[in-house]
Design a protein around this ligand. Structure first.
Ligand code: PHE
Length: 345
């Protein structure tokens, strides 16, 4: 009797825990538990061996097991048919329906303008050079003829990482020009592009991180006329063929003579408006003939070779091109701003 009872409990547990996810499993359940040769029938047969006074009780228990197994079978049949039905629903879905559209990203306006500028200079035979954002004093200042007490070397303008020897975040991309001149022999025609860092409070008009594009041309017999013609061609290509340039005398330690580069105002075409503060001109960068000291520092003979250089802010050019009034928009990643540039190439 004890034997049959423990077997019965064991079978009960098996029936309860049986899982079916296919018709095969259902068949298996049927033949193992409730079929004519299944364990429940077998247990009923074993009743003969039990003492007559226990048979009634055992019979009731076996009947309960039989009913339980049959109910369990019915619910497993329901489960399996639900599973196969949902599969056939997914197969009957229309696979040719268009999907829910994904939001596509767009190229950042600074990158778009950078690509346009690169393309213009590449057509004039310039290549592209990149340098490093963490620089030493030599490449950022000394090789560029900055005197030891120049204010740009001040902590107020420059982010220093280490002092003595000075390691800093480059304040301009002229560092790349030095690296190119140190490693390549003229003729050099290169565009140096990258992120630069200056210790400035962030506002609509200033940021501590921005991008510069600088150009360097070193060869025999390079003169100021080459500088002027190259820059004129560039601004006509980028801003339109009626754009004019103006060069105003200026000072940079690394160029002599030096000039500020202005273009005719794109809004009023030189008539005078708020954008150009009623002068008809807007400044876009600095330029000049490479100072002989700079050529010498980088191992180029200033008697044999001359060159010109120019530099401008990528954010400033982009602002002018698209009349963006707040520099901070470039780094905030607000999709409402960025999406406006999605169709531009
Ligand atoms: N490096 C200069 C700056 O950051 C720009 C410049 C480059 C000026 C080359 C003249 C020639 O202000």
């Amino acid at each position: 009797m004890e034997d049959i009872l423990s077997k019965l409990h064991y079978v009960l547990k098996e029936v309860e825990e049986f899982q079916a996810d296919s018709k095969d499993k259902l068949e298996r359940f049927k033949s193992v538990f409730i079929g004519r040769k299944g364990v429940v029938t077998e247990l009923f047969e074993q009743m003969k061996e039990v003492a007559p006074e226990h048979r009634k009780e055992l019979g009731q228990q076996l009947n309960r097991l039989k009913n339980f197994a049959e109910d369990r079978y019915k619910s497993l049949v329901d489960q399996v048919s639900e599973l196969t039905e949902s599969k056939s629903v997914s197969l009957s879905q229309d696979l040719t329906l268009p999907t829910i559209p994904e939001n596509l990203g767009s190229v950042h306006p600074l990158t778009q303008v950078r690509w346009q500028i690169e393309e213009i200079f590449e057509r004039m035979g310039f290549n592209i050079s990149e340098g490093r954002e963490i620089e030493d004093d030599w490449h950022n200042f000394s090789a560029l003829n900055f005197p030891p007490d120049h204010p740009a070397r001040d902590m107020q303008d420059t982010f220093f990482i280490e002092k003595n020897p000075d390691i800093l975040l480059r304040t301009h991309t002229s560092t790349i020009q030095v690296r190119v001149m140190e490693t390549q022999a003229p003729p050099i025609r290169t565009l140096c592009i990258g992120r630069v860092f200056r210790n400035e409070a962030i506002s609509a008009r200033a940021h501590c991180i921005f991008h510069q594009i600088e150009g360097l041309y070193v060869d025999r017999n390079v003169g100021f006329a080459d500088l002027k013609q190259t820059l004129l061609h560039f601004v006509k290509e980028l801003f339109g063929k009626n754009t004019k340039i103006r060069l105003r005398p200026s000072y940079f330690p690394f160029t002599e003579p030096s000039a500020e580069l202005d273009i005719s105002c794109l809004i009023c075409k030189g008539e005078g408006c708020n954008m150009c503060k009623h002068t008809g001109w807007v400044e876009i960068g600095g330029t000049g003939m490479v100072d002989p000291n700079v050529l010498k520092s980088s191992g180029i003979d200033p008697v044999e070779f001359t060159g010109f250089a120019f530099g401008m802010g990528l954010e400033r050019i982009t602002n002018l091109k698209y009349q963006i009034r707040d520099l901070r928009l470039f780094t905030e990643n607000d999709v409402r701003f960025l999406r406006q540039f999605a169709t531009l190439s």
